[in-house]
Design a protein around this ligand. Structure first.
Ligand SMILES: Cc1cc2nc3c(=O)[nH]c(=O)nc-3n(C[C@H](O)[C@H](O)[C@H](O)COP(=O)(O)OP(=O)(O)OC[C@H]3O[C@@H](n4cnc5c(N)ncnc54)[C@H](O)[C@@H]3O)c2cc1C
Length: 387
């Protein structure tokens, strides 16, 4: 959606295909990072975006065992906004779609599911898709796969994927929110990690489980899950009965992977389709948006002049691969060093030395803030406006 907006704004004819009827679904994560907020400012959209309901989080804290520790302080970042905005992702996507629709070259087709590629002489020249009115073919000078971690486009393109593995999956459910927001978003305890995202009237809860144990948890029964959640998050203790059956609990699978080549003639992968991100640090949405901004900067002119080459696509990968590699390396390290041992722990859990140091030295908290809030190599909008 972001790349669609950027390209349409630069005068390129764009069609975005989305398989669902709306964006009102259980997306993974609600975070809009300071670097994304900078991008919105550069597009002249920051003020109207921030008029939508959201929460501003200036400091991240986690409760590890019985101790609450500050992790990241965003207030010193050299960005326009010293906070992460928490906003349901469907509100952000609807907002981007509305803004993009102001450009005559932007077209959004909902309920249009891409099922295959159109190829001619080894070059991708479009996609096949199914719609409620039957199958269609959409021809294009460039197909951008932004279809997420289970990308059908990258699969059909035969791009080899390197899997890095993840020790966890996430159970995703809603519980009513009453009273004040707790200051911590995350609770880490023996065998458990619990995240709560403020979504107005309810909490979007993420309960991290060891990979492949969902069936075991189901077999232990819903009362056991309710009891565990109530112990981990006293703020929702009175609402755990809202988990009435297993339909109320969704399993989100976590993956960490990367395609080695992000493109083929006529095709480019960005976001999770190029590199599925783990939830660690909550940075995947930002990376996907940064990919879109870089792709817009590099490709707008050649696309407008209908002369996009494989070299142009290679430049996008060169620009974005380094930040992706560094971020995935850090996620992998945290998965292996922290998450695996927390999920496997049976005794009391206490903050590791590094986290204790963050608690002692406030300036140190600027480093995780920078990694989470801005990421490596933040992008800036360089595409021109040409409606
Ligand atoms: C449990 C969990 C929690 C996470 N929490 C956070 C967080 O708090 N903050 C954060 O920044 N990141 C988080 N992430 C990572 C983040 O979700 C992803 O990195 C990010 O959403 C990637 O964006 P994307 O646009 O590439 O893909 P997606 O957000 O997956 O979007 C892909 C889109 O393509 C559509 N689509 C798919 N297939 C087709 C098709 N065949 N035809 C047409 N349309 C199609 C989908 O409907 C969807 O709209 C989390 C990940 C997990 C697993």
């Amino acid at each position: 959606m972001m790349l669609g907006l950027l390209l349409a704004r630069a005068g390129v004819d764009v069609v975005v295909l989305e398989k669902h009827a709306d964006f009102l679904r259980d997306f993974r994560g609600d975070t809009i990072h300071p670097s994304t907020l900078d991008v919105m400012h550069e597009l002249g959209l920051l003020e109207s975006l921030l008029r939508l309901p959201h929460q501003q989080v200036r400091e991240l804290k986690a409760q590890i065992g019985d101790v609450t520790v500050p992790i990241a302080d965003f207030t010193h970042l050299p960005t326009r906004c010293g906070f992460i905005a928490f906003m349901p992702q469907w509100d952000l996507l609807d907002f981007l779609a509305r803004e993009a629709a102001r450009f005559p070259t932007f077209h959004l087709r909902m309920k249009t599911e891409v099922t295959g590629l159109l190829e001619e002489a080894g070059r991708v020249v479009g996609v096949q898709a199914v719609t409620p009115d039957g199958p269609i073919a959409v021809r294009a000078d460039l197909v951008v796969a932004a279809d997420g971690r289970s990308s059908i486009v990258r699969e059909k393109a035969g791009l080899p994927v390197q899997e890095f593995g993840a020790p966890m999956d996430v159970l995703w459910f809603r519980l009513s929110r009453t009273g004040d927001a707790p200051q911590t978003l995350g609770r880490i305890d023996a065998g458990a990690i619990f995240i709560m995202l403020h979504r107005g009237e309810y909490w979007q809860c993420g309960y991290v489980i060891p990979k492949g144990t969902f069936e075991q948890i189901r077999a232990a029964g819903l009362p056991a899950l309710r009891e565990r959640v109530a112990r981990l998050a006293p703020a929702v203790r009175d609402h755990v009965s809202e988990l009435r059956d297993w339909d109320d609990v969704k399993l989100l699978t976590v993956r960490l992977d990367r395609v080695s080549t992000w493109y083929r003639p006529g095709l480019l992968c960005i976001g999770d389709a190029a590199h599925a991100m783990s939830p660690v640090g909550g940075v995947g949405i930002n990376l996907a948006i940064q990919d879109a901004v870089a792709a817009g900067n590099i490709l707008a002119a050649p696309l407008r002049e209908r002369r996009v080459t494989v070299d142009d696509l290679r430049r996008v990968q060169r620009r974005r691969e380094f930040p992706t590699r560094v971020t995935q390396r850090i996620q992998l390290l945290i998965q292996q060093q922290v998450i695996r041992s927390v999920l496997g722990a049976t005794g009391p859990v206490s903050p590791p030395l590094l986290v204790r140091l963050l608690g002692k030295f406030p300036r140190l908290r600027r480093l995780p803030a920078r990694l989470i809030g801005m990421g490596v190599r933040p992008e800036h909008v360089r595409t021109p406006i040409r409606a």
